[in-house]
Design a protein around this ligand. Structure first.
Ligand code: FFO
Ligand code: ATP
Length: 231
């Protein structure tokens, strides 16, 4: 039998689509049963990780947030010795996430602009709004508080809260895919913010079974230190 290599290679390999349009999302890039299994596994992991996090005392949680803030300051000092004009996004804490608002609020005194993520449209990339302590807030998607002002900001340094993580920088979040979409959109317009996953050291998993849509963090910072640079 003669070999016909051309019969095995499609005219337009789907894997190249992402190079032509980096925000292209191909739902068929994964075998559907495997994708379903991974999503089901992630759902179970999320609930046990969230339960373990909720069980931590508030004083232990405050100590964790302080240690993470020190780690963030060390990294910022290394990457951006001059913070003037830099946009740095955090998050408004929910579900026992480390509360880093004190750190985010301290940035303006150093010349940076703090910002918070907003789900403006469901299943689309996040947008970011400038924030300062005391800024008027309203309830957004999932009841998360977001700045009322609709001005937008474009982060240079972005925190991504971790529910779980693996040492290569892959992140498990709340299952909306929002940071992956946001980072894919950043890539598509040639913008590369430094992305730092922040969370508990104990939320480390051997693997989150990375899928084609998962985009690794540049750094992970927990209360026990920094992992990375990873990209
Ligand atoms: N504090 C904080 N703010 C944040 C985030 C975060 O992780 N932490 N986000 C980080 O992204 C964005 C909100 N993320 C969200 C993630 C999932 C769902 C959601 O609807 N989850 C579904 C489950 C989806 C599924 O499993 O298919 C649900 O719980 O019903 C909503 C918002 C923006 N703001
Ligand atoms: N770039 C993308 N375009 C379209 N859909 C995406 C993209 N990235 C992720 N998704 C979808 O989002 C869903 C949730 O993804 P995943 O489980 O990785 O969420 P997560 O990272 O835990 O959530 P979050 O970032 O919101 O906390 C997946 O079903 C995936 O198909």
């Amino acid at each position: 039998m003669t070999s016909r290599p051309e019969a095995r290679s499609p005219a337009s390999p789907p894997c190249l689509a992402a190079e032509i349009a980096p925000d292209y999302f191909d739902p068929l890039a994964v075998e559907p049963q495997q994708a379903t299994d991974v999503m089901r596994w992630r759902k179970a992991q999320r609930s046990s990780l969230l339960a373990a996090r909720a069980a931590i005392s508030s004083s232990a949680r405050a100590a964790i947030a302080t240690a993470i803030a020190h780690g963030l300051d060390r990294l910022l000092e290394e990457l951006f010795p001059d913070l003037t004009g830099k946009v740095i996004s955090g998050y408004w804490p929910i579900k026992s996430e480390p509360d880093l608002r004190f750190w985010l609020g301290s940035l303006s005194a150093r010349g940076a602009q703090a910002a918070l993520p907003v789900v403006e449209t469901i299943a689309r990339p996040l947008i970011f709004r400038p924030w300062h302590p005391g800024a008027p807030m309203i309830r957004g998607h999932w009841n998360i508080l977001v700045p009322e002002s609709t001005a937008e900001a474009d982060p240079d340094f972005m925190l991504a809260p971790l529910v779980g993580w693996q040492s290569e920088g892959y992140r498990l979040g709340y299952g909306g895919g929002y940071f992956d979409r946001t980072l894919a959109a950043c890539r598509a317009r040639g913008r590369k913010p430094v992305v730092v996953g922040v969370g508990l050291s104990s939320a480390k998993l051997a693997t989150i079974f990375p899928q084609p849509h998962d985009i690794a963090m540049d750094y992970i910072i927990t209360e026990t230190g920094q992992v990375g640079p990873l990209r």
